[in-house]
Every structure is written in C-alpha cells, then in structure tokens.
Design a protein around this ligand. Sequence first.
Ligand code: AMP
Length: 189
Amino acid sequence: MNSICVYASSSDALEDRYNDAAQRLGTLIAHHKHTLIYGGGGIGLMGVCARAVHAGEGHVVGVIPKKLVDLELAYQEADELIVTTTMSERKGIMAEKADAFIALPGGFGTLEEMMEVLVLKQLWYHRKPCIFLNINGIYDHLLSFFDALTKAQFIKEVHKKQYRICNTPEEAYAYLDTYIPEPVHEKWF
Ligand code: AMP
C-alpha cells in the first residue's frame, strides 16, 4: 500500500475533535511513508490533514479542479497539485491513484466521493479498502440508513461488507495493515 485517498470536509468551522482526527490521520499517513491523495484544498479537514502529513515529512498530492484553484482554495504547498477541468475528472484521478479510501467527517462533497468509490467496488472496478472514519458518531445516521436500505433489499448484505467503520484514525490504520480484499461476488443481479 502506497497511497491513501482521504475525502474530508472543507469546513473551517468544526469542533476540535474533528480537526484532531484529521491531524492524527495525517500524522499516521506520514509515519507509514504513504502518500496522501486528496482534493487539494487548503481549508477545513482537508487542509488540516495535508499540513499534518507535511509536518511528518510525508508526501502530499492534491487533485483539484481549476475553478477551485482560481478561487484560491488550493493548498499551494502540495508536493504535486494536479489541476483538472472538471470535478468528475478529479474524482477519477484520485480513485485511480489511491490504494485505499478513507472518509473523514464531511458534507455533500465527501459523501459523494465516498459513494462513488463504493459503487465502483460493488461493480468490481476495484478491490481497495474503503473506510468511514466515524468520529464522534457523525456517520451513525447514514450507517443506519444503509441498514434500512439493506433491510428493504435495496442494498445487498454482502455489499455492506465492502466498507469498514472505524472510530479512530489508529483503528483505520490497523484495518489497512491487515486488509484482505473481500471475495468477489459474481452474482450481482
Ligand atoms: P464537503 O464534504 O462538502 O465539505 O466537500 C469536501 C470534498 O469536496 C473534499 O473531499 C473535496 O474533494 C471537495 N471540495 C469541496 N470544497 C473544496 C475546496 N474548497 N477545495 C478543494 N476541494 C474541495
């Protein structure tokens, strides 16, 4: 495993516990000598995580659409800043470059990115680990909704095994260290 993709909030108005988690995750990424692949922002949990990777002398790759660079929202200190034309191009590059996906707490942007890699996994485009970092139980309602969707048979039980819920960055790394891809279930329909 070389590169970890982190999806995370762009909000600067969060409680300390969320910023602390982003910071600890960044420190762990640097400690493991992994590369951070992320949305390239200098704000919110994205910026906190990227700066923590740099503080640990790790490598940061940001993938960001030109529109956000023009708004001066990019983390200019990134070791590599890949500027894309569209949001979907950006997501494709992030997904391709990463060996694992971690969703720190976030809003629509974070959820959308995580949902896409889960769908890609469900359709066997990749077999990489996908983790919800459920800091302070922030994803509890979403995860309960997934349970309701599964109960009503919109989601297959087997596909719920394609993501892992972790409560701390340390737990997430313990999972990554021992990750074995789930078996591929060929009978999708
Ligand atoms: P959200 O969870 O809605 O705050 O959106 C965060 C996600 O959307 C991140 O993972 C980024 O990929 C993307 N994003 C949103 N705002 C920005 C920004 N200002 N700069 C870079 N990426 C952003």
